[in-house]
Design a protein. Structure first.
Length: 417
């Protein structure tokens, strides 16, 4: 009976031991599989501004920080352009951890900026800990991003080049412009050329890492139709006293003033003046027209001839094809070469060649027009000469003017695309 009791006690004791060991094992597994909560890294840091203006943050002891598991914030904005100077003083732009005795270097940090070091926990990522604060700024007081811009000029005749200047606040890093005529740009301070007359709304969207902001200025740019000064006279030759009625043919938006110089000392501010030439001679006439945006002058050389003798005269003009609406318009200041009975030389259109004589005043002249006019990408190619009712396809033509005859030669230019 005592042997059975001893055996039963032994079995019970062994069972209790087995239960205890199992419980300890389960507890150990539970503890090992559930480590304590995340802990902040512990490190000492100090900031130094060098003579070159760069900010250095020195690691003076404690936990090392792995790159990618901490960040340096400047006024609340993360900076990834961090170079590391190791304990030997060697600078590296590629590194993996920040150890005691090493320093991180940042350029372009404003004076008094708010510097923060933040990091994930030592055991695992997930929590973010603020390790250090430097500076007098406040990450909570960041300058908001506010888009803004100016332009110079904001009005003028086409084609109108405009310099746009970004004035955005808050540290914009990229820009998107819309100029209102379909044109766009991503430059910070673009120069844009408006080709067509009109009123245009301009929009700038400024962006940075924190977001974007848009500034829109309705009707900001006004592009006027360019002034083209031109005029005609009812008579251009005759004997003294010669009364001439001048007619303004100028085009452009909102013309406001006219100034005539008749070549004999006389002037006028009327739009369509009448002037009397009292002395024999040949006179150059000019007209300057003006609006609120610009002015333009046309000068017609040797335009009025006052004489008692026979006078033969050839007016030389030039026209170009319109970009819009079709047809042709006068174009001034095209250099035409000439040689013949009226002399040899060149002049800028419009001008006149004439010969005065007591007898037969007729003459012949060879005219040479340029291949093209304008500047790329706005080019017009020579198309033809028209002399009276006759057209000539060559740039170089010979024209005969009979005694006391008045003729006109016009060079035509078509738009090249």
């Amino acid at each position: 009976m005592s042997n059975d009791t001893a055996t039963s006690d032994l079995i019970a004791t062994m069972a209790l031991i087995a239960v205890f060991v199992t419980a300890v094992a389960i507890l150990g597994v539970a503890l090992l599989s559930s480590p304590p909560g995340d802990a902040a890294p512990a490190m000492l840091a100090r900031s130094v501004v060098g003579e070159d203006g760069k900010l250095s943050i020195h690691h003076d002891g404690g936990d090392s920080l792995e790159r990618g598991r901490f960040a340096i914030l400047v006024d609340g904005v993360r900076r990834d352009d961090l170079d590391l100077i190791d304990a030997s003083g060697v600078e590296h732009d590629t590194w993996t951890s920040w150890e005691t005795g090493e320093a991180l270097v940042l350029g372009g940090v404003p004076e008094g900026a708010h510097i923060q070091i933040v990091a994930g926990g030592v055991s695992r990522t997930g929590s973010t800990w603020l390790l250090h604060d430097f500076g007098n700024g406040s990450a909570a007081e960041q300058v908001p991003l506010v888009a803004g811009f100016t332009a110079d000029p904001t009005s003028g005749p086409a084609p109108l080049p405009v310099q746009f200047t970004d004035t955005s606040a808050g540290g914009a890093t990229s820009w998107s412009w819309s100029f209102g005529d379909g044109g766009t740009s991503t430059a910070q301070n673009p120069i844009y050329v408006y080709v067509n007359p009109g009123t245009y709304t301009v929009t700038l969207t400024a962006n940075n890492a924190r977001g974007n902001d848009t500034e829109t200025k309705p009707g900001y740019i006004t592009v006027a139709t360019p002034i083209i000064a031109d005029f005609t006279a009812d008579v251009a030759t005759g004997t003294a006293p010669l009364t001439v009625r001048f007619t303004d043919l100028s085009s452009g938006d909102g013309l406001t003033s006219w100034f005539w110089n008749f070549g004999d000392g006389g002037t006028s501010t009327a739009q369509n003046p009448v002037h009397t030439y009292n002395n024999i001679g040949t006179y150059t006439v000019s007209l300057t027209v003006e609006n609120a945006l610009s002015n333009e002058t046309v000068t017609k050389s040797n335009y009025i001839t006052v004489a008692e003798e026979h006078i033969s005269r050839l007016e030389v003009n030039s026209v170009r094809q319109r970009l819009i609406l079709g047809g042709y318009i006068s174009v001034n200041d095209i250099g035409i070469g000439y040689t013949g009975g009226s002399g040899t030389g060149s002049d800028m259109t419009p001008f006149a060649l004439s010969r005065t004589a007591l007898g037969d005043s007729g003459f012949s002249v060879t005219l040479t027009a340029p291949d093209s006019i304008g500047l790329w990408p706005l080019l017009w190619d020579f198309e033809r000469w028209e002399v009276g009712d006759t057209s000539y396809g060559s740039r170089i033509i010979s024209v005969s003017v009979a005694d006391d005859e008045r003729r006109t030669a016009t060079a035509y230019y078509d738009f090249w695309l």
